[in-house]
Design a protein around this ligand. Structure first.
Ligand SMILES: Nc1nc2c(c(=O)[nH]1)N[C@H]1C(S)=C(S)[C@@H](COP(=O)(O)OP(=O)(O)OC[C@H]3O[C@@H](n4cnc5c(N)ncnc54)[C@H](O)[C@@H]3O)O[C@H]1N2
Ligand code: MOO
Length: 394
């Protein structure tokens, strides 16, 4: 198989399975999820012309008074009676204006003597300190579009629009499988020949930022039967992810085990560095992603494929990571025949790639807060050149 370009592999991955069915989730369970359909306003906001300040509702044309203070209007109280000419209504922030009033004189600029009121500042334009009915949004306005992620601000908007629950994509179940005879669980003793398995903990930490449920199926030895059984056990998940055993060595069991378990491989080997041995396919209703075992390769391929796949299946209309442009603080060598995803950080003087770009260099990876995207066959880049970067989650 020839090496597949990254964008093509991402498109093929999304084509393997549609977004999961929608469900109605209470607002408290919506954070970070994606809307399955448009959200319309069930009410006007504000519901009436409301005061934006504590003070007096008056007619601006009667400035500077004197007015006779008659009624009072407070948020949550009853709608005040219409305001006769020459009169003012004591009013508080968020309260409805009486009919006839059009402007709020704030109390700091008012002189009051009993029920006699005058303005002590310059005339105000009509409508000052008033929030007009439906000026934020009106009944039946489309507040949010399907496929939008529910940020805190959008949750506020939906709630003010009258919603207590929203239609969102179901949370994908993601099963993690670590493979390798050399691996021991985090924190366990590491006799010679063994090392702690870090990939599942790293992937779970990356996935914690997304609306999904992670099931860690633990460490599976480099054994065809054991790996086949682990994959079969994982088919109730929506996404199955393995790390390790993805390459061409005698102990790399993932591809044969996937075939043995009944999986249909869609692609293997991507034109990227790190991450070349990445593979994907379907196993029952689940989408399978086989990530390389090197921790840096697993990190980069999870950033470019696993997190986007979770977003896609959870209903995102824009599942790919965002990129931006930035200036280099140091030169970069020319690239070879694969796209480079260099681990880098944003320094005071610009972007700096970390010291080691080896796909097993975790100490260097831990310094990175972005990836520099360098297409295959790029010439060297000089200090001050603009490059494309992909900011990483903190
Ligand atoms: N002859 C070739 N050899 C290799 C090729 C190739 O094309 N031809 N590709 C290389 C590339 S690129 C990569 S990336 C690696 C990926 O190999 P695997 O996915 O088969 O990974 P493993 O061999 O199982 O492990 C690689 C490395 O990572 C360590 N590892 C594995 N799992 C974990 C884990 N859960 N936590 C921490 N560390 C882990 C493992 O001990 C190995 O050191 O293949 C190249 N070889
Ligand atoms: O693709 Mo491997 O991830 O280059 O080391």
């Amino acid at each position: 198989m020839s090496l597949l370009p990254v964008a093509e592999a991402q498109a093929r991955l999304f084509a393997l399975a549609p977004p999961l069915p929608a469900e109605e989730a209470p607002i408290a369970a919506c954070t970070g999820r994606w809307l399955a359909s448009d959200v319309l306003a069930l009410r006007n906001q504000p519901w009436a012309d409301l005061s934006a300040m504590d003070g007096y509702a008056v007619r601006a044309t009667e400035w500077p008074g004197p007015w006779r203070v008659t009624g009072e209007s407070a948020a949550g109280g009853s709608v005040p009676a219409p305001l006769p000419p020459g009169e003012a209504c004591r009013i508080f922030t968020g309260a409805p204006l009486p009919a006839g009033a059009d402007t709020i004189l704030i109390q700091e600029n008012a002189t009051r003597d009993g029920d006699r009121l005058t303005a002590s500042d310059d005339p105000l334009p009509v409508g000052r300190n008033v929030r007009l009915a439906a000026s934020d949004f009106a009944l039946n306005d489309r507040l949010l579009a399907a496929g939008t992620t529910l940020t805190p601000a959008r949750i506020a908007l939906a709630v003010l629009g009258g919603h207590g629950a929203l239609p969102v994509g179901r949370r994908p179940k993601v099963a993690l499988i670590s493979t390798g005879n050399e691996l021991v669980p985090p924190g366990a003793p590491t006799p010679a020949g063994s090392l702690p398995s870090s990939n599942a903990a790293m992937l779970a930490a990356m996935l914690a930022a997304l609306p999904c449920d992670v099931i860690d199926l633990g460490i599976v030895p480099d054994d065809l039967g054991a790996m086949t059984a682990a994959l079969q056990q994982a088919t109730s998940a929506d996404i199955i992810v393995s790390t390790g055993g993805a390459s061409v060595g005698d102990h790399d069991m993932v591809r044969p085990a996937f075939a043995q378990a009944g999986g249909a491989l869609d692609f293997w080997k991507i034109r990227m560095r790190p991450g070349k041995p990445l593979m994907a396919g379907t196993l029952g209703d689940a989408v399978f992603l086989g990530l390389p075992g090197n921790p840096v390769s697993a990190f980069v391929t999870a950033t470019l494929f696993l997190l986007p796949l979770v977003r896609h299946r959870a209903g995102s209309a824009a599942p790919l990571p965002r990129t931006t442009q930035a200036r280099l603080a140091a030169l970069l060598p020319a690239t070879a025949d694969r796209d480079d995803y260099l681990r880098a950080y944003r320094g005071e003087a610009g972007i700096v790639s970390v010291t080691s770009q080896d796909s097993a260099a975790t100490a260097a990876m831990a310094m990175a807060d972005c990836l520099i995207l360098r297409p295959a066959d790029s010439p060297s880049a000089a200090t001050g050149d603009t490059v494309t970067i992909l900011p990483l989650m903190d």
